[in-house]
Design a protein around this ligand. Structure first.
Ligand code: PMV
Length: 339
């Protein structure tokens, strides 16, 4: 059976009084367009019900303290609060709080942050974007500042760039807006209003990797092979535009074929992995209407488009038998919010 979304343990259980604000922000899957979105093609992404939560409490003036529950099994045996790896993980969280305070013109406040992330790290599900967005939302609320979504989007580029180099923005845009969006760099965000969300099964290979390195390699290759990549970007533009039409019409067969075509292009540019390809094949044979890797690739997750709930169960069973870890997810409609 698929895994249901579940909270993972928080690093800190210390009792800190005076909670000022708590927020949550969803993770995401990319239906079409990853990597090529960095090069200018549109992507289509859906927010999913796996969340980061951020709680803000007062601290001594000028201080930003961060405690985080991050799924450490995904990145190896590290103690996040004591070693270098751990500090590196916490830096974007601190930066999200710092940049929010700077943006709202609050130089003096002290903030204690508790961040809890139930999204696997380095799996293509937007864990870092969701923690960043949750922190910005909670810090703004704690300081009684009202930010519109475009402002949260702009602030999030700071911490996201610290971690990912030059992200397109699709991950944090999806976490902010929720639902299904089409996204084109730099700020082209459109929300798709659908009667019904597609039924998507996520399956993790358990292999976790750095988005930054994968994106840098694709950008480098796109400079070396300009003509080929410009043709790929055109192909992905068509795939994403047709996917939007298919979603609006509820044509799941067409959406599935477009996801398959998108996966083949991602294989061609070298960001897939043998286990991703195997799970994609298994999902298709088990009845998925389409399947592809999602996010940066090199490991991480695949997504499979399922026709019915029964199909979802049998596809999940097949994926598990072949070494994958299936997650049952549904669409998050709200995006980031105070809880
Ligand atoms: O960080 P991931 O694995 O969720 O991937 C993000 C999507 C990319 O297109 C690969 C990068 C980007 O910034 O758009």
């Amino acid at each position: 059976m698929p895994h249901s979304a579940s909270r993972c343990e928080t690093a800190s259980t210390r009792p800190v009084p005076n909670r000022l604000a708590t927020s949550r922000a969803p993770g995401k899957i990319i239906l079409t367009g990853e990597h090529f979105v960095v090069l200018g093609a549109p992507a289509v992404a859906m927010a999913v019900n796996l969340y980061s939560h951020a709680t803000v409490r007062p601290a001594r003036p000028g201080r930003i303290e961060v405690e985080a529950g991050i799924p450490l099994q995904a990145i190896g045996p590290v103690n996040q609060n004591q070693n270098q790896n751990g500090r590196k993980l916490l830096e974007p969280l601190r930066l999200a709080a710092r940049e929010t305070l700077d943006y709202i013109g609050d130089k003096g406040s002290g903030i204690s942050l508790d961040v809890d992330c139930e999204i696997p790290v380095g799996a293509g599900l937007g864990s870092s974007a969701s923690t960043t967005v949750a922190i910005i939302t909670a810090v703004a609320k704690a300081r009684r500042a009202k930010l519109v979504r475009k402002e949260i989007f702009r602030i999030a580029f700071g911490p996201e760039s610290f971690l990912h180099g030059s992200p397109s923005g699709v991950d944090h845009a999806t976490s902010i807006y929720g639902g299904i969006i089409s996204f084109t760099k730099p700020e082209g965000i459109k929300q798709l209003k659908l009667k019904q969300a597609p039924r998507i099964l996520v399956c993790d290979t358990g292999i976790h990797r750095s988005t930054k390195k994968l994106v840098e390699a694709v950008v480098r290759k796109s400079r070396e092979q300009r003509q080929a990549y410009s043709a790929h970007v055109d192909d992905v533009r068509d795939i994403s535009e047709n996917a939007i039409r298919a979603l609006r019409k509820g044509d799941l067969g067409e959406l599935g074929s477009l996801m398959d075509a998108n996966h083949e292009l991602l294989v061609k540019i070298g960001v897939s992995h043998p286990l991703l390809d195997k799970l994609v094949r298994v999902a298709r044979v088990a009845g998925a209407l389409g399947a592809k890797l999602t996010g940066a690739g090199g490991g991480g997750c695949i997504i499979a488009l399922c026709k019915t709930g029964n199909d979802e169960v049998s596809i999940a069973r097949a994926l598990k038998k072949h070494g994958g870890l299936p997650y049952r997810v549904s669409m998050d409609r709200e995006g980031t919010r105070i809880v």
